[in-house]
Design a protein around this ligand. Sequence first.
Ligand code: SF4
Ligand code: SF4
Length: 115
Amino acid sequence: MPDRFVAPPEYAPRSPLTTECSGCGACCAAPDIHALQKPLGVACLNLGADCRCAVYLSRPAVCRNYQADWVCGEVAPLPTLEARVRRFLEIYGLTAEVEARRSEGLQGLNRDRSD
Ligand code: SF4
Ligand code: SF4
């Protein structure tokens, strides 16, 4: 069974010492979480400014079952949540999708304002 803290060969981990969750918040902000109706690239409403979960003790199963892995070593050492989210999306090849959704959202907003 592969060690989930070892990055695939094409990724050089920034923190080879990361072997557990450090609570960086990236996985609560970057991926879409269907069970929480959380869109891609948008922070979960339960994520506090300190990158901690406000409902940690009663967080849903999807969050309880999430396991830290090598991606944490890539994202957690970065200095801001924004940088961590950007890297997380980059690793999973989701950057363009998020940018397209943001642009659609802005266009919608501009349309609403001009009505
Ligand atoms: S990305 Fe990894 S280190 Fe950061 S909060 Fe999620 S599991 Fe923890
Ligand atoms: S409910 Fe808590 S653990 Fe789950 S994504 Fe939101 S902030 Fe993260």
